[in-house]
Ligand binder design. Sequence first.
Ligand SMILES: NC(=O)c1ccc[n+]([C@@H]2O[C@H](COP(=O)([O-])OP(=O)(O)OC[C@H]3O[C@@H](n4cnc5c(N)ncnc54)[C@H](O)[C@@H]3O)[C@@H](O)[C@H]2O)c1
Length: 313
Amino acid sequence: MNILSDVKILVTGSNGQIGTVLIDALRDRYGNENVVASDILFPEDQNGPFEILDITDSSRLQEVIQEHKITEIYHLAALLSSKGEKNIQLTWDINFNAYFQILNVAVANNIKKIFFPSTIGVFGHTTPKKDTPQFTSFIPETVYGISKYTGELWNNYFNKRYGLDIRSLRYPGVISYQSIPVGGTTDYAVEIFFEAVKHKKYECYLKADTALPMIYMPDAVKATLDLMSAPTEKVSSQSAYNLSGFSFTPAQLAKEIQKHIPDFQIFYSPDHRQQIAESWSESIDDSRARNDWSWSPNYDMAKMVEDMLANIS
Ligand SMILES: NC(=O)c1ccc[n+]([C@@H]2O[C@H](COP(=O)([O-])OP(=O)(O)OC[C@H]3O[C@@H](n4cnc5c(N)ncnc54)[C@H](O)[C@@H]3O)[C@@H](O)[C@H]2O)c1
């Protein structure tokens, strides 16, 4: 194990779907004591330092940064697409106003690097749906998408004006077995596995033919670590990189699950999330990430389904 002890990382929103897995990967790489987890509630278990930190409280943020001599921030805390629509002011405060404060506190405290997770939610109806390019039309239809796209623009600004090294990925839907996500539009692609194993049936809130880009958690973590450790000269986008593992529809995913659980059945009962999904891309062109820092996923859909079922069963 290569422990680089001059790096001291703060992760915000570490109790969430991505944080719970990313924290372990960061601690493996940098050592338990060098990765400070934080969230608004204590987690169930923790094998390193943890701080209660509401990211809307910038003086508490400053206190945590100074107390732990933080050099890098992985800023995961956010309200996601579906939950965001239920309280747009709170979503703007958490996803954008708090991020703007983090950027200012980072400059004032000489933070070396920031990771900002963006999303395919930055795309909208005017964006080409297939092989969505890195630079395209951005008219997001949710407060989540608006807040994340604004964050991308500020990434670029803070890099140019203050030299802050900000790295960002537009994560597609992230699939994992460690927790059941809530509040996103791609959550079905995780719920379906738990229901398939438990009840052999699933009622899907999207239509059968709604294609969305996705990624398996080990690849999402790999992309994050690879981008954050890429040499500066390899990073040509300081706003955000397109990223994808694979794309599928609920019907295609159900068919792949049936190869392992033949009597699994899927039913469709679209709700408000259908409209959000329809404003997003079906597939992503992530060639810039591939060319710049050699991004390449290890999992395709079949391999992901096999691994998810093996772990959940
Ligand atoms: N999971 C995905 O499919 C996906 C896709 C695209 C982008 N992302 C982005 O990745 C990041 C992590 O996503 P996730 O799926 O782990 O989200 P999540 O909803 O599972 O976790 C978010 C965490 O943020 C915390 N939080 C909420 N308000 C906070 C506040 N005021 N202060 C501090 N913490 C607060 C929550 O308690 C939660 O633990 C988010 O920024 C999200 O926008 C996720």
